[in-house]
Ligand binder design. Structure first.
Ligand code: GLN
Length: 533
């Protein structure tokens, strides 16, 4: 065995994260091309304007090309210059380049999303909402999908920077906000939990004479009354806008005064709902019903684009913390409640079918937007103005349904003994492949040579690796299992030079943990192989 000093020396001799990244991407002449580095980050789904990379991007430009910052990609830097630029953000950069972000193979994932997007584009069914001119004038061909993962990996297809009216999709973050501020118990003294079985703007309350849930108009009007009631109308509006913007990582949140004026002018049903709520004492004491309704109209008239709203959805997927800024916007319990109600009530009268077929929380809006949350993985915002009979975006619904044919995102896709072969983009494998790999690695870790023989005979790829790129040979070497190491090298022809996530070979592991028997086997094998070539 090695003594602890030797272990420390070996550990110290491992390169720093900055060096690892440099070595991974540098050219033969000992420099790194800045554009190669940027391309590598973008291939992992990060964008160069990500606030978490700001310090590095500023360093590259100000230290190396202050006069022509836009041409920074043309520069080549030495290892020291590179390290000096990236060290402030090296943890994120290191995680991305070592495939440690939630979707490790982002290009492959994004390619499937693009295919799904293109297929839905062919769907030209549906009608524009026409109750106000601002929605009737929307472009029927517009179609956009943006994704933001809980690690801030982004991809966008179609009209994703066009602004559109947030409408009823705003009910989800508005409820998360009210529940964060007031607590669930207080909010639900005023609003119920159940799907209504009625249209979203029905003049109808539940048996307790409260709104059925916060995802339909009556519930959302009461929700508006619960957000900072102590402030003036102007300050309440500013407060909501700033919270929504925080949830969107500082990205686009606007307001359409024209939409607001139209909503107010034509919203007879919403006035009727508000007076019914007032008649049944549904508002908290002191709330002015008409001011509250105006605030509700203002929230519906906020504008977003697919990109900014995908970040909001990702904040919900991430338990209330914005993935791009790390800021806590909503309480996690409030987010859990929001997702529960989105799942049961978020898609109007299609909510039951949507929960059945898609199995994920979503909230649609009459402008044709659908905000979809894949809990703990990503947020997705879709927008296409043509609506089906339920008032949901036709392309949005098709996209959601197709999405779960590719990926294991449905709530119950991961049920034991479920046979569907869907991709898990987090582990990059189908469920059964991942299970087989884990069994192989487990066998190697335990030194179970007979299990390895059995997997080999079954035709399994013995070089399979886990999330950290650790192979069976790494584990057998690190644990000192000589028989397994010999079997893997001699019979299965696995390479002894394979690197794990930290750039270590099986030989490094055997040395680090002082397994001299394994060290000898690996060194002899390599020497023999060199003689042969
Ligand atoms: N502003 C609309 C209303 O209150 C919101 C409708 C919606 O998106 N379903 O009627």
């Amino acid at each position: 065995m090695l003594c602890s000093d030797e272990v420390t020396t070996i550990r110290k001799s491992f390169p720093s994260l900055e060096e690892l990244v440099f070595n991974m991407l540098s050219q033969g002449d000992g420099t790194i091309s800045v554009s190669t580095f940027f391309d590598a980050l973008q291939a992992k789904g990060l964008t160069l304007n990500d606030p978490r990379l700001k310090e590095s991007m500023d360093n590259f430009r100000s230290k190396h090309l202050p006069q022509f910052p836009e041409r920074i990609g043309d520069k080549y830097l030495t290892a020291d210059e590179f390290k000096d630029c990236v060290q402030d953000n090296i943890v994120l950069i290191g995680r991305a380049l070592q495939n440690k972000l939630i979707i490790p193979d982002f290009p492959e994932f994004a390619a499937t999303i693009q295919e799904t997007f293109e297929e839905a584009k062919n769907n030209e069914t549906g009608e524009l909402a026409d109750y106000i001119p601002q929605l009737a004038r929307q472009d029927p061909n517009a179609w956009g999908v943006s994704i933001c993962t809980i690690d801030g990996q982004r991809c966008s297809f179609g009209n994703t920077s066009d602004h559109f009216s947030f409408q009823s999709s705003s009910k989800a973050p508005a409820y998360a906000l009210a529940s964060t501020l007031m607590g669930s118990d207080f909010v639900h003294r005023h609003i119920g939990f159940e799907p209504s079985g009625q249209s979203f703007n029905a003049l109808f309350l539940n048996n307790n004479n409260t709104p059925h849930n916060p995802m339909l108009n009556s519930g959302a009007i009461v929700t508006a009354a619960l957000i900072k009631p102590e402030l003036t109308a102007a300050d309440r509006f500013d407060f909501i806008m700033s919270k929504f913007r925080e949830a969107a990582g500082g990205e686009y949140i606007g307001f359409s005064n024209a939409t607001f004026l139209s909503e107010k002018k034509t919203g007879f049903r919403n006035f009727a709902i508000t007076y019914l709520l007032q008649d049944y004492n549904c508002f908290p004491p002191g709330a002015d019903p008409v001011d509250t309704l105006e605030l509700y109209f203002q929230i519906c008239s906020l504008e977003v684009n697919c990109e900014s709203a995908s970040v909001m959805a990702a904040t919900l997927a991430n338990g209330g913390i914005c993935p791009l800024t790390g800021k806590k916007v909503f309480e996690s319990v409030a987010v859990r409640d929001t997702l529960s109600l989105m799942l049961s009530c978020g898609m109007y009268d299609f909510s039951g079918q949507f929960a059945f077929k898609v199995g994920m929380p979503a909230k649609s809006g009459v402008s044709g937007c659908v905000m979809l949350v894949v809990p703990n993985i990503m947020g997705i915002m879709m927008w296409s103005p043509l609506l089906d009979n339920f008032g949901n975006s036709c392309r949005g619904i098709q996209f959601c349904q197709d999405l779960v044919t590719h990926f294991n995102f449905h709530n119950y896709d991961n049920l034991r003994h479920h046979s569907a072969k869907k991709i898990d983009p987090v582990t990059q494998r189908t469920h059964s492949q991942a299970t087989r790999t884990m069994k192989l690695l487990f066998g190697a870790y335990n030194g179970d040579a007979s299990a390895l023989r059995q997997y080999f005979l079954q035709g399994m790829d013995m070089a399979e690796s886990d999330y950290d790129s650790r192979t069976a040979l790494h584990l057998a070497a690190a644990e000192g299992h000589t028989e397994c190491v010999e079997f893997l090298l001699e019979k299965c022809n696995v390479s002894p030079d394979v690197l794990d996530r930290w750039g270590h070979t099986p030989l490094d592991d055997a040395r680090l943990f002082g397994h001299t028997g394994v060290v000898d086997i690996l060194e002899n094998f390599k020497a023999r192989r060199q003689e042969e070539t």
